[in-house]
Write a new protein. Structure first.
Length: 123
């Protein structure tokens, strides 16, 4: 079993990665989250977070980001490979870690499937 870590290679760190995900126009709402997805050509998923000041004070935003990163870290083996996920957080009260885990896994597979179908349509 692989160690569950969250190294830099699994993070989206450049604005161009976020722009590429938004431009792909494959998105899905999951509770207070809006998740964009785009293929990345890698053997693992990557995560990017967008949490605006509208979500709340810095402590609330940071708590939500920590929980989302942890949910991604714990479920990285269950998420589809080769996909970038950009999570846009809408204003809400912080949820328990288990809820974020459920939301992420519930939305990642359908988004990856939409990209797979798009690829088949072009062949």
């Amino acid at each position: 079993m692989r160690r569950l870590t969250f190294p830099r290679r699994m993070r989206l760190g450049h604005g161009r990665d976020f722009t590429r995900a938004y431009a792909g126009q494959v998105r899905r709402a999951a509770g207070p989250l809006l998740v964009f997805a785009v293929p990345n050509g890698l053997a693992h998923p990557r995560l990017g977070l967008s949490v605006s000041r509208r979500v709340g004070i810095a402590a609330r935003r940071n708590l939500i980001k920590r929980r989302l990163r942890e949910a991604f870290r714990l479920q990285q083996n269950e998420l589809p490979t080769g996909i970038d996920l950009v999570v846009v957080v809408r204003p809400h009260e912080p949820l328990p870690l288990e809820d974020y885990m459920r939301l992420l896994t519930g939305v990642a597979a359908p988004l990856a499937e939409r990209w797979r179908k798009r690829g088949e349509g072009r062949a």
